[in-house]
Write a new protein. Sequence first.
Length: 477
Amino acid sequence: MNTVARDPDQAVTAAAAVARQWAEAAPAARADALDAVADALEAEQAELVALAEAETHLGTPRLTGELKRTAFQLRFFGAELRAGTFLDVRIDRADPQWPTGPRPELRRYRTALGPVLVFGASNFPFAFSVVGGDTASALAAGCPVIVKAHPGHLELSRRTADIVQKALAQVGAPEGVFSLIEGEQAGVDALRHPLLRAAAFTGSERGGLALARIAAERPEPIPFYGELGSVNPVVVTPAAARARGAEIAAGYVGSLTLGAGQFCTNPGLLFTPADGPVDEIVRRLRATPTAPMLGDWISAAYVDGARRLASLPSTRKLIWPDDDSSAGPRLLAMDLDTFAGDIGAAATECFGPLGLVVTYERLADVAAVIASLPGQLTTSLHGEPGEGGDLTGLTSALAERSGRVLWNEWPTGVSVTHAMQHGGPFPATTAPTTTSVGTAAIERFLRPVAYQSWPQELLPPPLRDDNPWGVPQRVDD
């Protein structure tokens, strides 16, 4: 197999040609394929990490951990396949006495959508790129995948794709079930291809919305699962600020600057009492060195975004580098009324190590401002034991505006688990009912089909009475 062997039309056409074969493969066989890819990635860890470091400057420890995460999530989806619950098999036997009228026999399950286009992300060259969570969950669902490589790490993408293709071929996966394409126009052409059935994206709001529009305006619109960013607001109560001010300051600075602020979950927005730990945050952030960003295009966008935020009325520069073009950490501040008066501009993500501190006099005023925020991936609340009853309204506002709500923790670090929710109301994501991390991510690439009164020999394996795949079946006799 050639790593970049097809133009978009050839890649999608080849994927469509094997879509039914891959969807009808037993879950255990697809699980074996994911395990094989994980094994192959780990076998080439040294080479892959070196390539990633050369192109992204993220550091060997971080990249080694990310590759480990990538292999883990492949195997995690493999375990989910073997469990079989993702198919959500439901069988209703015929019942002439059914209360709403005679019930026919109905058998329902979830089957693969078809070819999926995955846009690789810049900031996670393993976990959200060529064989990251979107690719793993789509392959697990039974969908062939076409990956559009991110230009920020092309050599790594090509090598990773080569490893993936060889691993899949060795376990008998059909050629065409995975391929790599390159270039912005190639991605757009693939997204418009009539045989494509879904797409997934992690990146900027501007780029994601442009692609989402293309997906929606096709003659046959398709699902577009875009994760578009977030400022991930954090609220600190007065009691927490008094009890743990220094600890909260340390945690905020660490989370804000983790990965040079290049996580979609960095907490760019902090609501704190006017007499809260702002001075301690300034002290700690001032001591944080400038870290290299993913590339010049990221650094330039960060500096431009920082300047825009700093130009808002009544914004104070608490930390600003002497060199205005530096990618160093920045900290801005404004009061709650000022923020509320220009919330559309003030709550815009600045991808990088910039924090905006919003000071308040009364905690009761914060809930209404939170409720006015655009959708977020995460929201966090730092409080103290015994405050629960006083925080009900604020808690509800935080949950209304985000997909994951944290108590006394920081949002960076998205664990790959069954219960993880990595998605939120628009514009954090284009599909707020879904997640791009955790086993529930597989649901994005499945659709339900019900068979009514069909003979056993024509039913898909998971719907048959003999259940050859051995998957869980919910049966209503």
